[in-house]
Design a protein around this ligand. Sequence first.
Ligand SMILES: C[S@@+](CC[C@H](N)C(=O)[O-])C[C@H]1O[C@@H](n2cnc3c(N)ncnc32)[C@H](O)[C@@H]1O
Length: 358
Amino acid sequence: MFLTESESQALESIAKEIEAGVDIFHLQTSCNINSKTLFNSELAYTFAAILMAKKGNIDEAIALLNRASTCPFSQSLSVYLGENRTLTRKAKAFSTTVPYDVWVQSPFYKRFKMGTISSLVEGLPSPPSSLESRPLTVIDIGPGNGVLLRELLERLHARHSFGKLHLVLIEQSQAMLDAAIEHLRLNALFDVTFTRIQSFVETLDALALSKFVEHGAVWFTLASASIHHMPKAQKIETASKIRMISPVLAISEFQGNHDLTEADSPELICSVVSFYGYFIQDILRTPETPERIRECIEGLPLSEALTIIGNSRYSRVDYHTTQDQWEEILFKAGYSSVIAKVTVHSDERPVTYTLLAE
Ligand SMILES: C[S@@+](CC[C@H](N)C(=O)[O-])C[C@H]1O[C@@H](n2cnc3c(N)ncnc32)[C@H](O)[C@@H]1O
């Protein structure tokens, strides 16, 4: 999906040489030769560097990364390896709000947010009728700092002018949940109440979920950039539990191939390098201090990328999935209609998309 067959073969031949223990000079020559086959010629060096770092050859890995001088991912990884001498991540994503607070100011996040909001405002059905005294319920899985949800609700309110709203927020991080509630309360434009659930959504059973939505008719459930934190089977199970309590599931996601791909495979590493490279390049453009930009890069894209690259398939934490894989998951979860819309493109390729499943 991110690589053609001949590109995968070129990178696999580099992996075999690393396995056979060739020295750095031979490896650089091999990267140089194989780079001619690749759409992104620097990828051969980054691929070899990651495999070398995984074997503990940190100096060789840095030397290889420095040959990929125009790749933002490789350059960030080179600095990180120089300082930490390991591929193990230093920061856990979403333990504090700072990385997210920085990222939401970046040009890419703003395009992602606006694309998501526009496609949902256009595509969501009208809210179900609710008794005057009962609020309408909206569920958000992983609201983060609440910035996207608040703007979405404001646009939906302008279009549908609903009365009271009850928000069910399911968020695994206490820091993010507190930030979301504070942001939504401070900026509320209408009467809103909350059920706050600090939990991983996949650990909640159908009975627990049904109790959270007793306040009034559920309009829709939003999972924006949050439901990729689980592998395919769990995505299907979670989406089917949501279907029991909510007539519509709106997903906004990133185009990545981090779920079904094998550890150390050319496809996985290429997907990580191009996806997080795009992410890091964007963060470098935010109007923030160098210290906060660094905290954002280390706390969000680099932390996630290192976890994907460094772990087996079962403990990757992030499982970004392609749009067609998501469509298949939603049909398997029992939805009968899925409408997909690409929200951000780069070089003709989709980077983010929304799916409305009913
Ligand atoms: C990338 S942020 C997205 C925030 C917001 N929805 C947006 O689109 O801007 C992902 C959020 O989902 C939360 N999250 C990740 N996995 C989760 C899970 N399995 N259950 C609940 N929350 C989760 C994270 O803690 C984080 O706050």
